[in-house]
Design a protein around this ligand. Structure first.
Ligand code: BES
Ligand code: MN
Ligand code: ZN
Length: 497
């Protein structure tokens, strides 16, 4: 799919289709008025006789409009003129793409950009529209297994908005590249995407972006020498051995010297281990590596945009299986930090892997650490599938993540890290137990992690409810790549809006 920005003379433009808007109460957008005048009021006539009422979701495809050089015109309903907001755009775009694809249209001029006439809005307008288009196209491809005919979309842009639109286009394309990479990786079956496979994908990044990305792979032996016994215990029951990838994205001569670490839970399959899960939805636990995939995708975005930052991505690959060498309920593990953990449930494995990674990354003296994990079913109970659970030990980091979430509509909701919850993970034979038993499972899991994240500003994103969709169109959502990307763009001070 190719995107272009240009100021068109719509009357003379040669294309398969020009897309224009009509509001409720027979009002036309400015592009629609231009083509209406050219066709001697043809469009007004259709609108007035009631062929389209301008409601969002309505459309009318016109052929051979008098005096218009474009083969077709697609009129789309944009709702009430004074009530238009970016959230309607998603619905409009979804319809539009499907209609265009049904008619095998390849080449379009998108003349709805005047809906955001304000120069400051054009950045977000273009960001949103391109991301909506790309998400819809990905869906048509992967779930409906249909061909996409559309391959050229030009946006009609006024000259005074051009620069903002250009930056938006560049950002959208990079973010979508990362998002798509994350989705594709997460959607792979666990017999293909095992911890080794995951680590090989990470290593490939250092080939593709060799100037800025270096990858170190930590295997089982290295983990042993580091004392990562909690991480190792989780992987012990599987013949697919654990691998941890450390992806270093470095830029020299940059203004922002902060070290940002992104950690992704990469359980390529979580059967629960000896505390085995019920079989009904167990297949979905191939998505237990969505955190790692999101970190992987976010680094692709950063490298594509050459962000002036130092980022370290860690993919914590592992497989949790029952077997003769599995760890057991009752085991006491010594973590890399030296703290001990009593295992009460082998299915609470994510925090065991992550606690060792949180210790490991201290060596980079990070300023900001964000872990992303499909950590708890309890988070799905608490927040459902709309908002990712957000926890943090730092107010500024919380605010920055909330802001990025709001900008991208990749929603988060903060849950508390109160001292009171800490006693829920007490153990009488170790420093901690790996599960609580007083409810608030998402919080006790986060509280467990926080014990290992005291040396830096840290946030934890529980994406158990948001990383994938179930059902017949099951698949990874790629969340929270957009959130993390925006967070990084904001720190880089590159967003113009
Ligand atoms: N990967 C799961 C969490 C999960 C469950 C994500 C369902 C998405 C949907 C995690 O490893 C897990 O099994 N957590 C347990 C913890 C419990 C044993 C304290 C859970 O949530 O049931
Ligand atoms: Mn589990
Ligand atoms: Zn898990």
């Amino acid at each position: 799919m190719k995107f272009f920005l240009k100021h068109f003379d719509l009357n003379a433009a040669k294309t398969d289709c020009i897309i224009i808007g009509v509001f409720k109460f027979c009002e036309l957008t400015s592009s629609a008025r231009i083509l209406d005048a050219q066709s001697n009021g043809y469009i007004t006539q259709l609108v007035q006789q009631g062929d389209i009422d301008g409601e969002i979701g309505t459309y009318l495809l016109l052929y051979d409009v008098p005096n218009v050089t474009s083969k077709r015109i697609l009129l789309v309903g944009c709702g009430e003129k004074n009530n238009f907001s970016l959230c309607f755009l998603t619905k409009i775009m979804k319809n539009t793409i499907q209609i265009l694809n049904k008619s095998s249209i390849q080449h379009v001029i998108f003349a709805l950009t005047e809906l955001s006439s304000h120069k400051d809005q054009i950045y977000w307008f273009i960001r949103k529209i391109i991301s909506d288009i790309q998400k819809e196209v990905f869906k048509i491809h992967t779930f409906f297994k249909k061909d996409i005919y559309l391959n050229y979309i030009a946006f009609n842009i006024n000259n005074n908005c051009f620069l903002s639109a250009q930056i938006a286009l560049k950002h959208s394309i990079a973010i979508n590249l990362g998002l798509t990479a994350a989705k594709k990786l997460s959607n792979l079956p666990p017999n293909i995407c095992n911890p080794l496979y995951l680590s090989l994908q990470a290593e490939k990044l250092s080939e593709k972006y060799k100037d800025h990305i270096k990858v170190k792979t930590i295997d089982m032996n290295k983990m042993k020498s580091l004392g990562m016994y909690a991480y190792l215990a989780v992987g012990n029951g599987s013949k697919n051995k654990p691998y941890m990838s450390v992806i270093q994205y470095n830029k020299t001569n940059i203004f922002n010297k902060k070290i940002i670490v992104l950690i992704g839970k990469g359980l390529t399959f979580d059967s629960g281990g000896i505390s085995i899960k019920p079989s009904q939805k167990m297949h979905e636990m191939k998505y237990d590596m969505c955190g790692a995939a999101a970190v992987y995708g976010t680094l692709i975005m950063a490298a594509e945009l050459n962000l002036p930052l130092n980022i370290i991505g860690v993919l914590a690959g592992c497989e949790n299986m029952p077997g003769g060498s599995s760890f057991r309920p009752g085991d006491v593990l010594t973590t890399m930090s030296g703290k001990t953990v009593e295992v009460l449930n082998t299915d609470a494995e994510g925090r065991l892997v992550l606690c060792d990674v949180l210790k490991y990354i201290e060596r980079f003296s990070p300023d900001i650490v964000i872990d992303v994990a499909t950590l708890t079913g309890a988070c799905v109970v608490a927040l459902g599938h709309y908002a990712t659970g957000l926890f943090s030990n730092n107010k500024d980091l919380l605010n920055d993540l909330k802001k990025a979430a709001q900008q991208t509509d990749d929603k988060v909701w903060q849950l508390p890290l109160l001292k009171e919850y800490e006693k829920d993970i007490n153990s009488n034979i170790a420093d901690f137990s790996n599960v609580g038993n007083q409810g608030a499972g998402a919080i006790t899991a986060a509280s467990f992690l926080s014990q290992f994240a005291k040396k830096y500003s840290w946030a934890h994103l529980d994406i158990a409810g948001t990383a994938w969709e179930s059902g017949k169109n099951k698949g990874s959502t790629g969340r929270p790549v957009e959130l993390l990307s925006q967070f990084l763009l904001n720190i880089s001070n590159l967003t113009k809006y």
